[in-house]
Write a protein that binds this ligand. Sequence first.
Ligand code: TMP
Length: 217
Amino acid sequence: MSKGLFITFEGGEGSGKTTQINRLAQNLAQKGHKVLTTREPGGTPEGEKIRDLLVRREGGNWTPIAETLLLFAARQMHVEKIIKPALEDGKIVISDRFYDSTTAYQGYGHGQDISIIENVRILSIGDFKPDLTLILDIDPQEGLRRSDRRLAAEQFQVKQREDRYEQLDVEFHERLRRGFLEIAGQEPERCHVIPALQDLDAVTAQIAEIVQTKIAG
Ligand code: TMP
């Protein structure tokens, strides 16, 4: 039995996950909790190498099943080497994306059979699940507009941009939004959908309340 709490953030491009993760981590640390923030794809040195293969333009042109296997290879090491030990140590672990992203992106987005993704999930990480998943929901047009703006601002500073997934079309992003909403509908205890187009502070407050309730419960 783990002693900590595992929280994941999910959502489409430009949903403001990173800002909200930083705010939540700071807020929890100020309250005296031990917090670890991490991300996927990535989380371990090996996982970060896999991230490069998946998200950089020149990383390769993977088939959906190969992409799913790479994501779960990275995830299996992330769970065993980073997440579980931190939970055993009583930490609150906050991950920027976890397996719901694979269901949404590779499944709903790219049309990979969801039951195959489920099988790979069970094979790699068994029944390990987040305690709480916060899905930041945004209209894809607006989300992409926001992330375009971010990329434009960064393009002279970052040599190789991590934008392979962001190049995909708007219908793809509509499908993944629907995917996240369906995942939330199937697991309402674990997943909370938060409208991301509100004022930043309002989103932060809503997240803090949900997390506080979980900690107290
Ligand atoms: P990020 O931009 O939130 O850091 O995520 C990197 C990209 O990786 C993002 O476009 C979503 C994509 N991704 C998948 O397609 N499947 C997954 O399982 C994960 C974790 C991320």
